[in-house]
Design a protein around this ligand. Structure first.
Ligand code: AMP
Length: 629
């Protein structure tokens, strides 16, 4: 379907869905309109009220400041996110409450209470200090999804070190680029991850990534398989856990960086998105209550990984700050059997889940019999984010997963934005294909390329009109990349997405405005894959586009021009596929590679991916006046 047909189909959508009454009736945020109005009219007062619910070592002097590009929140205040995530719960009688419940593919379970987690984090924090890590130092975490991975993040935060988690599915080249860009002196890594019953060797990836890097002083290894003798620079994670279990949290400025999380941008260089202790805590925890609608006794199952922003905000930080119990699971969602997720919902009485549309489409393909075999009546909230939630998947999930007891809730945000920004709340109606309305504190609109705000039903660039506390502060090392998003059309922050809104103010996000793909909810820059391809000796030039994929949303297709002396063939196709996989990791593996004699380019030499895509999909390529003939 072309973009125009897609928009017409969206606007013609008449069916409206609602949450069952028993779900909307007990909403935390009942009066959205009123709260929203107040949040934008009295923005500082609104956020100050939210922030006053947390522990601060010193109060703020000023709620916010914004010069049109850079923004600060709660200036003068001191805190540490771990004081809010751990100490205050332990102090207020929740020491023995379950904080995290980890599940393995083989049915194993591990859990920690708030008291246990605080002690573990303190030991690790002391261990990191002993390795010479101090406030402001960067630590890269390349860990499988485990309690130890979460604790490593919190241990860095405890001492004011800045963590940068790299998803343990990225290959050595991608890991090395991130360690170098962050200037990390310590790397914490697991020896293996487990997926589909197999051990994934992370250790050799870490070895290859750090081998040429003199800047890395220590590599802490979390052994799960057999313990191997330690090499130079290596430290056993278990030894860090022998340090004392008390460690005073570093008193940090609210604006002190908490983490750098790399995401794909339009250049081949990943963007190190920086979030801070104070504002990030306030905003992400607020949305746990306002959007996710979580209460004290909810059982929240977050199907993400600490390698992504969802895992940062909604496995590690906000649920702990909110004093919740979170379930998370290592491995594949269809292993050991296609009904495993529903078995978990039934077994633990899961009340709220966070997942991605890709997973819903996968369940849809596997069939409704699997969820039907289990009692899902506890499930009240099924939040979906990461990519467009297509109407078919929404309808299927409403029918077969949440039925008459819950609600499927779309929410749009980005690594840069920290938490739900556009969303449908339990009190709001859902129109299939539309993600929803702005969350409190968010002012958002559609602009055209001249910076004019668009009326309803007109597609354009999705732009924020003001910052909020949990929005990124900068791009690490290249602040100009952050500034550009505000400076291109002054007064607006360009999110990089294209969207439209209807007369009722509901937004539908149609896709990216730039050369970034979304494969199974993960952002992949076309430039990342192209640079990996041209790094191979057989490749002269490469162009990458996204093609529709029933399950993953988009799949990667590459067009490759070979150097003289290399001949096209299926062997080379395989070699190049493996090469990209080794450079970037499995998520960036091209589904198709086509050899071509040349690539369409503009007169200034830029590859016209738009034309390649239009040809591929049999669509109108639009204006070709700049095409080099
Ligand atoms: P990431 O930073 O990896 O979380 O990716 C963010 C991008 O995913 C956004 O810029 C959108 O293109 C896409 N995205 C995330 N959530 C949604 C959603 N609910 N609907 C449509 N697109 C989404």
């Amino acid at each position: 379907m072309s973009q125009v047909d897609h928009i017409q189909a969206l606007l013609a959508e008449q069916e409206i869905f609602k949450a069952p009454e028993q779900v909307s009736k007990q909403a935390n945020l009942k009066n959205y309109e009123e709260v929203y109005e107040y949040s934008v009219n009295e923005n500082d007062a609104f956020w100050a009220e939210v922030a006053s619910r947390f522990s601060w070592l010193e109060p703020w002097q000023k709620v916010s400041s914004f010069d049109g590009v850079n923004h600060k929140w709660f200036e003068g205040a001191k805190t540490n996110i771990t004081l809010n995530a751990l100490d205050r719960h332990v102090a207020s009688g929740k020491k023995n409450k379950l904080a995290l419940l980890w599940l393995g593919e083989d049915g194993s379970e591990r859990s920690v209470t708030y008291g246990m987690l605080l002690r573990m984090v303190n030991r690790l924090a002391n261990g990191l200090k002993a390795l010479g890590v101090s406030k402001g130092d960067r630590v890269v975490i390349y860990m499988p999804l485990t309690i130890e991975g979460v604790a490593s993040m919190l241990a860095c935060a405890r001492i004011g070190a800045v963590h940068s988690v790299v998803y343990a599915g990225f290959a050595a080249g991608a890991l090395r680029t991130r360690i170098e860009d962050a200037g990390a002196k310590v790397v914490i890594a697991g020896d293996i991850g487990i997926r589909r019953g197999k051990a994934v060797d992370l250790k050799s990836i870490v070895d290859a990534a750090v081998a040429p890097l003199d800047s890395v002083e220590h590599v802490v290894i979390f052994f799960r398989a057999e313990k191997r003798p330690l090499k130079e620079k290596e430290v056993d994670f278990a030894d860090l856990l022998k340090y004392p279990a008390t460690c005073e949290a570093e008193a940090l400025e609210a604006e002190h960086p908490l983490y750098i999380l790399y995401t794909s941008g339009t250049t081949g260089k990943p963007k190190g998105v920086v979030h801070v202790h104070g504002g990030y805590m306030v905003g992400t925890a607020y949305h746990l209550e306002s959007f996710f609608d979580l209460k004290e006794d909810d059982v929240f199952f977050c199907m993400s990984d600490i390698g992504w922003v969802v895992g940062h905000s909604y496995i590690t930080y906000a649920p702990l700050v909110g004093g919740m119990t979170t379930i998370f699971r290592e491995g594949a969602p269809d292993t050991p059997h296609p009904g495993i997720i529903w078995e978990i919902v039934e077994k633990y009485g899961v009340t709220a889940m966070f997942t991605a549309p890709t997973a819903v489409r996968m369940w849809m393909r596997m069939g409704a019999d699997y969820p039907a075999n289990y009692d899902l009546s506890s499930l009240r909230i099924l939040a979906c984010a990461g990519e467009p939630l297509n109407p078919e998947a929404f309808r299927w999930a409403m029918k077969h997963l949440t039925a008459d007891h819950g609600y499927v809730m779309d929410n749009w945000w980005q690594t840069e934005l920290g938490g739900p920004t556009l969303a449908t709340l339990v009190t709001q109606e859902h129109k299939p294909g539309f993600v929803g309305r702005p969350m409190p504190g968010v002012e958002i609109c559609i602009v055209n390329e001249d910076g004019e705000e668009m009326p309803p039903n007109t597609g354009g660039l999705l732009a924020l009109k003001r910052p909020f506390p949990h929005m990124l502060r900068t791009i690490y090392g290249t602040p100009e990349r952050y500034e550009k998003a505000w400076k291109q059309l002054p007064g607006y922050y360009l999110t990089g997405d294209i969207a439209i809104f209807d007369e009722a103010g509901r937004f539908s996000v149609l896709g990216r405005a730039d050369d970034v793909l979304n494969v199974a909810g993960h952002r992949i820059g076309t430039a990342d894959v192209e640079s990996a391809l041209v790094a191979h000796p057989a490749v002269a030039e490469a162009a990458v586009i996204g093609i529709p994929d029933e399950i993953k949303g988009e799949a990667i297709k590459a067009f490759v021009v070979l150097r003289n002396g290399f001949s096209a063939g299926s062997d080379l196709q395989k070699t190049l596929t493996v090469h990209v996989r080794n450079e970037l990791g499995p998520i960036a593996t091209p589904q198709e590679i086509t050899f071509v004699d040349g690539l369409p380019k503009t007169r200034s030499g830029k590859i016209m991916r738009r034309l390649l895509k239009a040809r591929e999909l049999g669509q109108d390529p639009g204006d070709l006046s700049t095409l080099e003939s």
